[in-house]
Structures are given as C-alpha cells and as structure tokens.
Ligand binder design. Structure first.
Ligand code: ADP
Length: 468
C-alpha cells in the first residue's frame, strides 16, 4: 500500500468515525435525558401515592402494619409486573417505617438529608464481590411530605439508560471496525485514476505512443484531466509521427540527388576527358550542390521553428516595399524566362512580422509563378487592405493546379510532377509555415490551364492600421 493510500484511509476512517461518534453521542445524551425526565415524573407519582397510602393509614413513627405494606406492594406490582420497583418509608429523623424486600440501596445520610423532591443515581451492592457493587446502579427518587420520607428505587429505567449507553458503545466499536475497510475501498476508488494515469505514462515512456488513459472515473474534474492528458498523448504521437516522416522524407530527398551527383562525378572520372567536359560536370555539380544546400537550410528552418521566440522579435514590415523588393529580386530570372512581373501594392500597410521570413515567403510564391509560367506570360503581384488584414495575391498564367492536388502542394516534398519539377518541394510548405507563424492564412485558387492565384492574408495588428 502506498503512503498516500494509507493517509487517505486514516483520514476517511477518522472522519467517518468522528461524525458517527458525535451523532451517536448527541442522540444518546438526548435519549438518556428523556429517560431521566420520564423516570423522575413516574417515580414522583409513585412516591406521592405511597405517602398518601401511609398517611391515610395514620402511620406514626411505628413500622407500617402488614395490610398497609400489602397495599403499597400491590400498588407497585400493579405498576410494574417485573418487580423492578421498591420503596422505603421513613420518618424525617431516619426511623424506617417500611422497606420493600427488594429495596437494597443503603439508607445513608445522602438520602435522608436531600432535597424535598430529588432523583438520584446510586450504586447498590448486589453481591459480595467489588465488581457487583460497581455493576448495579439504581435511580432512587426521594420524596418528603408531612414528616415522611418516601424513597422509590427503580432498576428498570436506569437499565434502559444503561442499555442505550451500551448500545452506543457497541455501535462505535462496529463503526471502528467498518471505518478502515470503508476507508480502504473509498481510497482505492479515489486513487484509481492516478493508477491508470501512471500506467499509461509508463507505457508512453516505454515507446507505446498509442497508449491512452482508460476512462476509470465519471467525476467531471477527473474526466477533464484524463481527456486533457489523452489529448496531450495524441498530440505527442502525431508530432512524433510527423518528425519520423519528416526525417524519412528528408533522408530520401537528399539521398537521391546525392547518389546522382556521385554517379555523374564517378562517370566523369572514369576516363580522361576534355577540359570542357570537366567544366560542364563541375558546373552542374555546383548547381545541384547549391540546390541541396538550400534544401538543407530550409529543412533546418522547418525542423526548428521556435515560433514563440520569433513572434517576440516581430517588427512592422512595409508590405508595399515587400512586394516591390521581391519583384525586383526576381526580375532577372523572370526576364530570362520571358515573363513579366507587374506589381500593384497599396501604400502605407504594415504587418507585424519577421521581414526576412516574409520576403522568403513572397519570393517562393512569385518564383513559382515565374517558374511555372510560359514565356510571354505576366505574373501579377497585388496587395490590398482587407478588414484588419492585408491580402497579398500572386497571379500567374501557368498550367494551373488540379483541385485534388491543391491541399497537398503545401505538404513537404510534395510535387505534382517530380520528374519535371526543378524545385525541392519545400517552397510552399515553407510559405505556409511562415504565414501561420504570422497568424495568417494562405489560399489557392486554380484551374488546370487557367493559371493560379495564391493569396496570403496577414493580420495587420495594431502596429499600423490598414490604409484604404
Ligand atoms: P517546388 O520547389 O517543387 O516548386 P513547391 O512546394 O514550391 O515545390 O511547390 C509544390 C508543387 O506545387 C510544385 O512541384 C508544383 O507542381 C506545384 N506548384 C507550385 N506553384 C505553382 C504554380 N504557380 N503553378 C503551378 N503549379 C505550381
């Protein structure tokens, strides 16, 4: 048993017992009080009747004549068939006029010099042993009237009170015996979710990422905790799968061109060649190596996003400058492909962001638009305010993207036609990551043969209101 369980058992048992004992004590005290009250009234009535019989018989200071004593005993027998009542009649100076056989309370000064009407609890010696003296108790009612003291001794009502006390003690004992098992059962119920959580956490630690905490409790707070932990485990599993997939994809994407590169160099070195041939192979290799190092750079960025730190370093970025600078940087490539880049950027719009990353995102979009456009086509880059945000659209007249590919082009290494693609397949996933880092969204609207329109919507935040 664990220390917490032992402590819980102790708390539950003590609490249960304390409440039980208090309730029992209160009810017993009340019951005993009622018995005492009733007994007082009852015995007083008997004492007065005995005094009345004695006085009617004209008793002086001599022992009562037998018929009077019989009258008294008859009256007692009438009231109590079990013969638990006894009386003694005395003069106020202590002379005994009558004493029932069963009246075994010592007639000492306590009884002779008491109040006029008084109920007392007295011990009587019922046997020679000391324990007998301790075990027998009586209610004794003292009544004084017209020079007589009538003592009525009642074993019955005291026994009733005694039974109540005994019953209470037995109940406490039973409660004590039940409190510990009850505490054990309740503590097990309370601790069950903790056991389930610990077991599942151990499974996850051992590598079973699919392990989930079973719903072992209906308590809303515990349910909430289990759901939150299960959601965390699910996210952990998804993240782990993503990382695994990412590593596998990255390894594959790097391995294929590296193998090709090595192959072409080995073929080149296999025999003596003309200097021009070496130059061609080296130039191709450099191009491929720079593409691969770009891919590695992108992979490093995607693998270590550090969103919180990046957001903390955001500063206002001028969207108009962003658009014109990107178009400027790509103008040479566009010219070589015979593509024209046209910009229409609204002035005075700023977004809170990382200028380097935003340049990178727009560069990727415009670069794709240029790459996939035929010679003579136009690429249009526009920015306009949009309800607390800015919309930056890149439109081209390229081949378009079929609807069923439009979601997937944002996945890492996804390419519509890998054999024809010149890129790494990381461009759009990088754009999506950058846009989401800026709490924006990216949409694509495209139809095969009718060009594509990529639209990035970025919140302008409070740094600069969107200009009209
Ligand atoms: P890549 O480096 O291969 O271009 P991206 O992630 O940038 O990788 O793009 C993924 C795929 O989406 C590309 O291989 C291409 O097939 C398609 N694509 C992206 N932009 C366009 C566009 N403007 N027109 C047509 N197809 C596009």
């Amino acid at each position: 048993m664990r220390p917490l369980q032992v402590r819980l058992i102790a708390w539950i048992a003590t609490g249960t017992l304390a409440v039980f004992c208090c309730a029992l004590l209160a009810s017993n005290l009340y019951a005993i009080h009622r018995v005492t009250q009733y007994s007082k009234k009852y015995l007083k009535g008997i004492a007065r009747k005995v005094a009345e019989i004695t006085l009617a018989a004209g008793a002086g200071d001599q022992p009562l004549p037998a018929p009077v004593a019989e009258d008294i005993e008859e009256h007692l027998a009438f009231l109590d068939s079990q013969q638990r009542l006894a009386v003694a009649v005395l003069t106020t100076d202590g002379r005994v006029l009558y004493r029932s056989e069963r009246f075994n309370v010592p007639l000492d000064q306590r009884l002779l010099r008491g109040d006029r009407s008084q109920l007392r609890l007295l011990g009587v010696q019922s046997g020679p042993e000391v324990s007998d003296a301790l075990s027998e108790w009586r209610f004794v009612f003292r009544h004084e009237e017209a020079g007589l003291i009538v003592l009525v001794c009642d074993a019955h009502h005291f026994e009733l009170a005694e039974r109540l006390t005994e019953g209470g003690l037995v109940a406490v004992l039973v409660a004590l015996l039940l409190a510990v098992p009850t505490g054990y059962l309740v503590s097990r119920r309370i601790l069950r979710p903790f056991d389930a959580i610990a077991q599942t956490a151990a499974c996850v630690r051992r590598g079973d990422l699919q392990a989930r905490i079973p719903v072992v409790s209906r308590t809303p707070e515990v349910l909430q905790l289990i759901e939150a932990l299960n959601a965390t485990f699910a996210e952990l599993e998804a993240a782990f799968c993503r990382i695994r997939q990412f590593s596998a994809d990255a390894a594959h994407e790097l391995n294929t061109p590296l193998t090709a590169l090595r192959g072409s160099i080995e073929v080149c070195l296999a025999k003596e060649r003309a200097p021009e041939e070496y130059q061609t192979v080296l130039a191709d290799s450099v191009q491929e190596i720079s593409r691969l190092s770009g891919m590695v750079r992108d992979l490093l960025l995607l693998a270590n996003p550090g969103s919180a730190e990046r957001r903390a370093a955001f500063s206002p970025v001028d969207v108009q400058a962003l658009v014109s600078e990107t178009a400027e940087r790509l103008s040479v490539i566009a010219e070589q492909s015979g593509v024209r880049i046209v910009t229409e950027a609204a002035p005075g719009i700023h977004v809170p962001g990382d200028a380097m990353l935003l340049h990178r995102a727009l560069y990727n979009l415009v670069h794709n638009a240029v790459r996939y456009s035929p010679a003579g086509a136009t690429v249009l880059v526009r920015s306009a305010p949009l309800d607390g945000a800015v919309a930056i659209a890149v439109e081209d007249q390229g081949p378009g993207i079929p609807r069923d590919h439009q979601e997937r082009i944002f996945e890492r290494f996804y390419r519509l036609d890998p054999s024809r693609s010149v890129g790494t397949g990381l461009g759009l996933s990088m754009v999506k990551w950058i846009v989401e880092l800026h709490e924006g969204r990216i949409e694509v609207d495209s139809q095969p043969g009718q060009g594509s329109r990529f639209r990035v919507i970025l919140p302008t935040g409070s740094t600069a209101p969107a200009a009209g």
